[in-house]
Design a binder for this molecule. Structure first.
Ligand code: ZN
Length: 157
């Protein structure tokens, strides 16, 4: 396993739409392991493949309940609303308030390319939406209301 460089806001790769993963090759498996290691080393709760320079629909999330690997994730259902500070490993030290659904049901594939559905609330729902946005070339800063401010002790996604 190896740490990967996290691309920062302003890097054009973060604005590109990612391609679907069709097969979990050894290369993809290594990428997943590296992304998890990179996310934990940076103290983040989520990381999307474009953030390490790979334009594939793949993200990892861990809000403290264990790692979730999301391949080709898609939001199937969304309900409710929360309005909380959000951060990103591609913009360290900053946070801003973003409206997100308080509940989502996500469809994705795991490392064995088995389809699964996962329901998520609050922070996990926020993390899923944030990472899926990355796969479509969007950063949370586009959705921030009230401007960015310095992070205190919030988690960064
Ligand atoms: Zn992010």
């Amino acid at each position: 396993m190896a740490l990967r460089m996290i691309r920062q806001l302003g890097d054009k790769i973060l604005t590109k739409t990612c391609r679907e993963v069709t097969e979990v090759t050894p290369k993809i498996r290594t990428l997943i392991d590296d992304m998890l290691e990179t996310m934990y080393a940076a103290d983040g709760v989520g990381l999307a493949a474009p953030q390490v320079g790979i334009l594939k629909r793949l993200a990892v999330v861990d809000i403290g309940d264990g790692p979730v690997v999301l391949i080709n994730p898609r939001v199937m259902e969304a309900r409710g609303e929360t309005f909380e500070d959000e951060g990103c490993l591609s913009l360290p030290g900053k946070v801003g308030k973003v409206r997100r659904p308080s509940y989502v049901k996500v469809e994705a594939w795991n490392e064995a390319m088995e389809r699964f559905e996962m329901e998520a609330e609050d922070l996990l729902a926020r993390a899923f939406c944030h990472e899926i946005d990355h796969l479509d070339g969007h950063m949370y800063v586009e959705k921030v209301e009230g401007g960015l401010h310095d992070a205190s002790e919030e988690d960064e996604e």
